[in-house]
Design a protein. Structure first.
Length: 222
């Protein structure tokens, strides 16, 4: 009574595991100027120009240090605001690593938009075959795979689908998912399947990323 014995997923499988062949990259050579006036633009300091006194130099350094501190604090504040905005309508899940999450993580796709769609397709396809997942969830995910033979069908409906090991424990994966209302039912089945496999669902603001933590640590050292 296997689900896949009656459903044909070959069409979706043909694109969720494949790499995009469209690599439109063009390089343009920089045009060289005539060079006229270049040497005159970079002038040596005049011999009769007075250098700033040590006290003035220290004052300028203090201003520069203060500018770095304020600018860094502003960037951290902006990053926090972005994380708060991103939390709107976005689901986070922490789950022990499994084959579905690992395959979605290992996806090599240069097109960012298509990468999110493919990761969702891989998760749905893999979880629909996991015998530990409930039959209802497997059927719903299998039907989702069946109903979308073309990646273009999901354009504009998958805003984000990312999964990666957490900072503290590589055996725990973090999944972030944000889809259009049309896919909320599928997302519910996917999350329920992950919970069955040991996942914990999280709502609200995401934790700081590596760059934000590093910036905060360096700021504390100034």
């Amino acid at each position: 009574s296997h689900i896949h014995s009656v459903l044909d997923f070959q069409s979706m499988k043909s694109w969720i595991y494949s790499n995009s062949t469209s690599s439109a990259s063009s390089s343009s050579k920089g045009s060289k100027g005539r060079g006229k006036g270049t040497a005159s633009a970079v002038r040596t300091q005049r011999p009769n120009k007075r250098f700033k006194e040590d006290g003035s130099a220290q004052s300028e350094f203090g201003k520069l240090k203060r500018l770095v501190q304020v600018g860094t604090k502003l960037s951290l504040q902006t990053a926090h605001s972005v994380r708060m905005l991103q939390a709107e309508g976005r689901l986070f899940a922490l789950c022990p690593v499994n084959s579905a999450l690992q395959k979605a993580h290992d996806l090599a796709e240069s097109d960012d938009v298509l990468a999110h769609i493919k990761r969702l397709g891989i998760l749905a396809d893999q979880l629909s075959e996991d015998v530990k997942v409930s039959e209802a969830d497997r059927k719903a995910l299998a039907q989702f795979v069946q109903d979308h033979p073309n990646s273009d069908d999901l354009l504009g409906q998958v805003s984000e689908c990312n999964c990666a090991p957490t900072h503290d424990d590589a055996s725990i994966f973090k999944l972030s998912l944000k889809v259009a209302p049309e896919l909320h039912q599928v997302a519910n089945h996917l999350c329920h399947a992950l919970v069955t496999l040991g996942a914990t669902l999280r709502w609200g603001e995401a934790p700081r990323n590596n760059l934000e933590r590093l910036t905060s640590d360096l700021l504390a050292q100034i």
